[in-house]
Design a protein around this ligand. Structure first.
Ligand SMILES: [Zn+2]
Length: 138
């Protein structure tokens, strides 16, 4: 999974900006002025990738970013993909760009640039209110 388009980034940053909130496709489309079908397609991919939780509410499906997912993957597991916390793209477990934080958290990055960005300022990259680390795109 790759944040290939501005629409995908718009959906991603909407979700990660309010980790406690769930969003419907209509809300994201209205908020970000993105075509509804595009938003739904992006959400479908995120759901498939397992990075969002889907909440079935009375008003329809709502989506919430799985902020806890970084803890689900331990070091050494194979065939696992995780989200690069800097740029938001999916990274394979075999990536050489990795950073272990104690024994619990393993961060994986798509490139040396994202790893360097994260090392330089992890709090900024992880802060849901200041997600501005998307300038590096592969
Ligand atoms: Zn990256």
């Amino acid at each position: 999974m790759h944040l290939r388009t501005s629409s995908e980034r718009a959906v991603y940053f909407t979700l990660v900006a309010q980790l406690a909130e769930s969003w419907s496709a209509v809300e994201i489309a209205g908020l970000k002025d993105v075509d509804l079908r595009t938003v739904e397609a992006v959400l479908a991919r995120y759901t498939e990738a397992g990075v969002v939780d889907v909440v079935d509410s009375v008003t329809g499906l709502r989506y919430r970013w799985r902020s806890d997912m970084s803890y689900l993957f331990g070091a050494g597991s194979s065939a696992v993909t995780v989200i690069d916390p800097v740029c938001g793209m999916t990274v394979a477990d075999g990536t050489p760009y990795r950073l272990e934080d104690g024994s619990r958290t393993l961060w994986l990055f798509c490139s040396i640039l994202c790893l360097a960005t994260f090392k330089a300022d992890p709090q900024t990259c992880l802060s849901p209110r200041q997600v501005h680390c998307d300038k590096e795109q592969q």
